[in-house]
Design a protein around this ligand. Structure first.
Ligand code: FAD
Length: 319
């Protein structure tokens, strides 16, 4: 069983804080490189960039007329004021520094997915980093939230863009952690919710995304980041059906530390490449971060009761 280090900074504003976080991410990468069981680190772009700046660029990306995410991104950057453009260039520099460090240290770099209204510039930046670093190996991964009804298409078009430009696409597949917040905002502002109509639709797209990645496993690196037993089993079964090793170098599984150990341990025992996603950092930053995660994450209740029932069953077995 391996570990993914998730430095839990978020919502700390100010250029000094962003620079410090950037240096901390690099220290984490250097540490990971000395450990044989830390194959990845994860980064939240809001740890190194102002939320409202991401929101501004996202908004502009929706206004400009262009036929690809990257073109929209460049077009949006062109209409920023000089000061704001400079601020974004500092973000760009930070992310490049972190990616260079990860690439040099041979440590995978996962970019977390966040709220939809800041996600487009994160996606564009991550694609650009992949084009630079994923030519021959998988260093950079983007996160796709399959509770969004547009993400299965996004996976397919990102893969096609990667094919066209000859790089490997790294896809960390999650269902998504901000469902209530997304629905609430869409309702308040009067736009169509980006979230699937129901859990079943999310599950269908998630599992189809797993199928798509495994069908294109030569060119895609997949991380099944889920506590859903069916989705994890599906990935294993698809590999077996195709006669591929379940520890294929392009396939990794991960669950949050403290959740679904039954899945993690069984995957590890079967020989899969699997890790715990471990948030860490100064207690004063990480506890509020974890509290926010717990509040936002509608699956925590269901997950906890599912695990509790498994524990009760096991206790009964042992009596
Ligand atoms: C290693 C790891 C990394 C992660 N990184 C991120 C990240 O970068 N960004 C992020 O947003 N989340 C991230 N998450 C959290 C993830 O998005 C899910 O919230 C969490 O894992 C629960 O989904 P599940 O697949 O484990 O299981 P399940 O319990 O099967 O699914 C619960 C999820 O289904 C969806 N859902 C529930 N009810 C409905 C409904 N009525 N309609 C539509 N959809 C519904 C929600 O997304 C909910 O969280 C990560 C999780 C893991 C394990």
């Amino acid at each position: 069983m391996q570990v993914i280090l998730d430095y839990g900074v978020e919502g700390k504003e100010g250029e000094n804080n962003y620079d410090e976080s950037c240096e901390e991410f690099i220290r984490v990468i250097c540490f990971a490189a000395t450990q044989k069981n830390v194959p990845f680190v994860s980064v939240k772009v809001t740890g190194i960039a102002r939320f409202s700046l991401l929101e501004k660029i996202d908004e502009l990306m929706h206004l400009v007329n262009a036929d690809s995410l990257i073109k929209k991104y460049y077009a949006a950057l062109k209409i920023l004021t000089e000061a704001v453009h400079e601020e974004w260039m500092r973000v760009d520099k930070r992310i490049r520094k972190i990616c260079d460090a990860a690439n040099e240290a041979n440590v995978g770099f996962l970019v977390d997915a966040e709220e939809t209204w800041i996600q487009d510039p994160i996606d564009a930046l991550t694609m650009l980093m992949m084009a630079e670093h994923n030519k021959t190996k998988l260093t950079v991964y983007n996160t796709l939230q399959l509770y969004r009804h547009d993400r299965l298409n996004c996976l397919i078009s990102s893969y096609e863009a990667a094919e066209e430009r000859n790089f490997l696409f790294g896809a960390k597949l999650v269902r998504g952690a901000y469902m209530e917040k997304e629905r609430r905002r869409a309702k308040e502002k009067g736009y169509q919710s980006p979230i699937q109509l129901n859990k079943n639709a999310t599950d269908t797209d998630y599992n189809n995304a797993v199928r798509f990645c495994i069908d294109h496993i030569d060119k895609i690196g997949i991380m099944v980041a889920s506590h859903n037993e069916y989705s994890n089993m599906l990935a294993v079964e698809l590999l077996q059906e195709k006669g591929l090793p379940i520890n294929h170098p392009h396939v990794h599984f991960s669950q949050l530390y403290g959740m679904s150990d039954n899945i993690t341990f069984n995957l590890a025992k079967a020989g899969c490449s699997v890790s715990k996603y471990l948030p860490f950092g100064p207690i004063k930053d990480v506890i509020p971060y974890l509290m926010r995660r717990a509040q936002e994450n509608s699956s925590v209740g269901g997950q906890t009761s599912r695990e509790l029932s498994l524990l009760k069953k096991e206790l009964q077995n042992r009596n």
